[in-house]
Design a protein around this ligand. Sequence first.
Ligand code: PLP
Length: 396
Amino acid sequence: MGRFIPLCIPNFEGNERKYVDDAIDQGWVSTGGAYITKLEEEMAKFLHTDNVAACQSGTSALHLSLVQSGVQPGDVVLVPPLTFIAAVNPVKYQFAQPIFIDCDDSFCMDPVKLREFCEQECDFADGKLTYKANGAQVKALVVVHVFGNMADMESIMDIAHKYGIKVIEDATEALGTCYTSGRYAGKYAGTIGDFGAFSFNGNKIITTGGGGAVTANKSETVDHIRFLSTQAKTDPHYYIHDEIGYNYRMTNIQAALGVAQMEELPEFIRRKQANFDKYAKLFENYELGEIVPFREGISSNKWFYSLKINRERITAEMREIITRLQDNGIQTRAIWGLINEQKPYLNETTYKLEKAPYYAERILNIPSSTQITDEEIETVVSEIKKLFEELDNGKN
Ligand SMILES: *Cc1c(COP(=O)(O)O)cnc(C)c1O
């Protein structure tokens, strides 16, 4: 057996050590320092936006976006069921009510069902959308760009504008994904809605160990979010606080890592895209599983690759598939369990979930590190095919 092939590990081939040493030498290790500002500027430049606030995590970026949206206890926030739970937990931090809207074949929020929910389950009056069942106001929606894909933002933005709903883009998996055609050609995931949240956790396309960033469609809004992330201190000299703040600021050590990672981001994206093409080619015309394509009209960062298992032929549980691949040196993972089926969410409302449960039992994520070699990709594919052929019920 060859080397263990991990699912998705960080890549520090650049100036990471140099910049972190520099931050330590200067003594700027905490929530102030030049690397934080530099990272914010580099991200803003990359995303073609004018202001970005670096923070502690993608989760805190999402939480601050909800706070800034004015989401209050009891308000409704429309959310996806098939994603990482961190996209939805901040709704609970605000004691708001999540309602789960189904995904489409991109795994992102289905705009057709979103529109239907707004038209049929809600009333719209005086610029406010209210959920008929309990009279709560629908304040915001969280749209996740799953695995580096792009949600159908043209349709989602039209619906949100019509009904006065704030759009929070969870672009934690989609740094570098942008539209190449249509109304938003040239626009990056996270810069289309009212807010965009990014994550630099260990398995994301760039990492600062833990970290995140948030942007918004108005520069002053980002300034206010930055202010909230540093305990909302109003006066430079005195400890005066007119609002509830948070300890959500990124540290300079993390930002030093981030500045180095931003230098490599274009190369990471290039490799992820090239490796995706290799996988897609090796699985071409394969009956037992297919590589799920990304949306057309975009350039995706292709952060994670999805293999859709043919459930007509392979009925083995995910647990078995993952364990047997692991035994052969290949780390894979199942797509997330549905959030609405997790204990804290069992009593929440769902709206016409069909695609989400369908994909939840079919998608296997396969190794996608930027360091993966051609030979390793070939090994992954041949091991998966070997296993699938053993598990195939259709063979005779
Ligand atoms: C990673 C991730 C988050 C959370 O980011 P953290 O930096 O880990 O807090 C939120 N939403 C999605 C979809 C993610 O993949």
